[in-house]
Design a protein around this ligand. Structure first.
Ligand SMILES: [Zn+2]
Length: 306
């Protein structure tokens, strides 16, 4: 969804709790702080927005705070943005160096993930997130200039917030699907995870272990992928934030649809970038090609409880 309309009309309900008799606010699909321009109009109530803005804030401030300052990322409070970053002086314990933001080679931290548990056929309680690895985008030339100028290498600061990061991905994926579907067109498997009712994000959120090719000039990319099994449709969204920097690619199982007629109806409505038909389960072979890292690697998929 790098193209297309940027303002999606409201459904008149909160996309998270489905209440209608409440004040609704616009919802950025990809947060403004990473340059998202696509908006679901009047889409979330105050209670739900409070929940989502909590984990969004953890990513924007705790994980990416310094990096956003250093890279001059969008912010509604740009005027209040610090001009200097305080870095512990490695030669004088307890002292801090005042580094002008433009000098500081902050690293933008991402998580490198394995395929989501459900797509590996794992039980819901298997938590893969301890195996996620930290990876970061750094500006090597800036790093070297820094070390020369300040006589010590930069210290990267961030707080490890894997759950918040994964919840943000789930929220982005859900918003992407709502550009073409209505909230009651599918069973939103991702919703209890976004709202914090279910905790093991690695069950529905995963990624491609190897790095995709860099895509110069592309700030973010989302694709809706559908897998059509007999009588069931799976809706999976792929997300890459800053593919121009060689970041990991992620996937989220957003939801599913049951029943032949209903699956056909929803498939005709969803704007899928890519779809696979699995007509004969006996012949179904998982695609090994890493490009299709979001394909399930086992059948049948475990049934999930609502
Ligand atoms: Zn709500």
């Amino acid at each position: 969804m790098t193209h297309g309309p940027t303002h999606i009309p409201s459904r008149g309900i909160c996309i998270y709790c489905k209440r209608s008799e409440v004040r609704l606010a616009d919802e950025h699909i990809l947060p403004y702080f990473i340059g998202g321009a696509h908006i679901l109009k009047d889409a979330s109530c105050g209670d739900c927005a409070k929940i989502t803005s909590n984990f969004e804030r953890e990513v924007s401030r705790d994980l990416w705070g310094d990096a956003r300052v250093a890279f001059d990322a969008p912010s509604r409070r740009k005027k209040k943005r610090p001009k200097v970053i305080l870095m512990p002086d490695q030669y004088n314990p307890g002292q801090y160096l005042r580094i002008p933001a433009e000098d500081y080679p902050a690293a933008m931290v991402f998580y490198r993930m394995h395929k989501a548990g459900i797509l590996q056929g794992l039980p819901e309680q298997v938590d893969l997130s301890p195996k996620w690895e930290l990876t970061s985008i750094t500006d090597t030339a800036k790093n070297e200039r820094f070390t020369l100028k300040y006589g010590q290498p930069p210290i990267v600061r961030f707080r490890h917030v894997p759950d918040s990061f994964a919840r943000l991905l789930a929220k982005i994926a859900y918003g992407q699907v709502l550009c073409s579907l209505d909230p009651d067109d599918f069973r939103p498997v991702c919703l209890p995870y976004i709202l914090g009712q279910k905790k093991n994000l690695s069950y529905i959120v995963g990624g491609r272990w190897s790095y995709p090719e860099m895509q110069p000039g592309i700030g973010y990319e989302m694709r809706t992928n559908c897998i059509r099994f007999p009588g069931r449709l799976l809706i999976i969204v792929e997300i890459q934030i800053y593919p121009n920097n060689g970041t990991p690619a992620y996937h989220v199982l957003v939801g599913d649809v049951e029943g032949h007629a209903e699956s056909d109806r929803v498939f005709a409505k969803v704007e899928a970038t890519y779809s696979v038909d699995v007509t004969d389960i006996g012949l179904y072979k998982p695609v090994a090609d890493d490009a299709f890292h979001w394909m399930p690697s086992s059948w049948p998929l475990p049934a999930w409880a609502d």
